[in-house]
Design a protein around this ligand. Structure first.
Ligand code: THU
Length: 132
């Protein structure tokens, strides 16, 4: 399997580990970092709804803990007919560690559905460069 396939399969495999008792919408995310290491995350909901966190946020936290600092590719997996694209807040979280051409693989339980670049999901973004 290619690294891309590994990443997609890691996001799909993470899905059942999500804690999503309120939405029943389990999401898995997988990041490949600059060292070629894959970091995964899932959504973790909370009875106080706004305190829930997205799968992408969990995967970013895992990457930072694993000493990764760059997202070279990211896969997100969720069920349903509509593409499970990262929410607006997560697009900005991803932006902190990724470039405009970073691929974002949107997957369903059966595999890849669509590929976006980060720039397609978050055009004209504000990022670390703005502060330098
Ligand atoms: N969710 C994610 O974890 N990532 C996405 O890309 C879209 C939405 C979660 C948040 C919430 O726990 C559930 O999916 C329903 O919105």
């Amino acid at each position: 399997m290619s690294k891309k396939d590994d990443l997609i399969q890691a996001a799909i495999a993470a899905m059942p580990s999500a804690y999503a008792p309120y939405s029943n919408f389990q999401v898995g995310a997988a990041i490949c970092d600059e060292n070629g290491i894959i970091h995964t995350g899932v959504n973790v909901e909370n009875a106080a709804y706004p305190q829930g966190s997205c799968a992408e946020a969990g995967a970013i936290a895992a990457m930072i803990m694993g000493a990764g600092r760059q997202i070279t590719a990211l896969a997100v997996a969720g069920r349903g007919d509509v593409l499970c694209t990262p929410c607006g807040g997560c697009r900005q979280r991803i932006r902190e560690f990724a470039g405009p051409q970073t691929p974002i693989y949107i997957c369903g339980p059966d595999g890849l559905r669509h590929t976006f670049t980060l720039a397609e999901l978050l055009p004209a973004s504000f990022g670390p460069d703005n502060l330098s």
